[in-house]
Design a protein around this ligand. Structure first.
Ligand code: RP5
Length: 187
């Protein structure tokens, strides 16, 4: 998996199995955020692809991608975009495969524009919208894992173990505070 900024492979999969999740974004400049979704999917062994599919610069490609998604067996599409972030909503308009929207931080409005563009969908065309930036990208991937876990018990066990590890890390934070507390201080 490339972590270089502003580069995404045209298509990548984590295994020689059918692609289950599409990770798409409006520009390679979104990759620094969206690779956090890719990292989670890799960690859980989910076969995915990463592609730039710009709603504004490649509208025909975007529609083709959405129209093919169900027949290709995609379980979810994680779509990230910034600014006038129409990609998640327009994908959702053309497919019933669940679309998980990630607002990418934008240059001038810090991603609030992206968030509003993605979350304010009209009734009837849902986009599950996540937090702005890397937390949203990671959580969208975890959400996709949770969707798949419903029919894959081994994945459910992995997700439970992930949560348990996270809990232990959070508990250990208190011990770290105690260690670094000033003389006589209480943590
Ligand atoms: C959006 O415009 C993309 O999702 C990206 O967040 C933003 C800027 O794109 P570039 O000008 O960096 O290609 O479509």
């Amino acid at each position: 998996m490339s972590t270089a900024p502003h580069t995404t492979p045209d298509s990548q999969t984590t295994a020689q199995q059918a692609i289950q999740v599409g990770v798409v974004m409006g520009s390679s400049s979104d990759w620094d955020v969206m690779r956090h979704a890719a990292d989670i999917l890799t960690e859980f062994g989910i076969a995915f692809e990463a592609k730039v599919v710009s709603a504004h610069r490649m509208p025909d490609d975007m529609f083709r991608y959405a129209e093919a998604a169900a027949d290709r067996g995609l379980v979810a599409i994680i779509a990230g975009a910034g600014g006038a972030a129409h990609l998640p909503g327009m994908l959702a308009a053309k497919t019933t495969v669940p679309v998980l929207g990630v607002p990418v931080p934008s240059r001038h409005l810090q991603g609030v524009d992206s968030l509003h563009s993605i979350v304010q969908m009209p009734k009837g065309i849902p986009v599950a919208t996540f937090a702005i930036g890397t937390a949203g990208a990671g959580n969208a991937a975890l959400f996709a894992v949770a969707m798949l876990a419903g029919s894959h018990p081994a994945l459910r066990a992995k997700l439970d173990a992930f949560r348990a590890r996270q809990t232990e890390v959070a508990r250990a934070m208190t011990a770290d505070l105690t260690m670094s507390a000033p003389e006589g201080g209480k943590a």
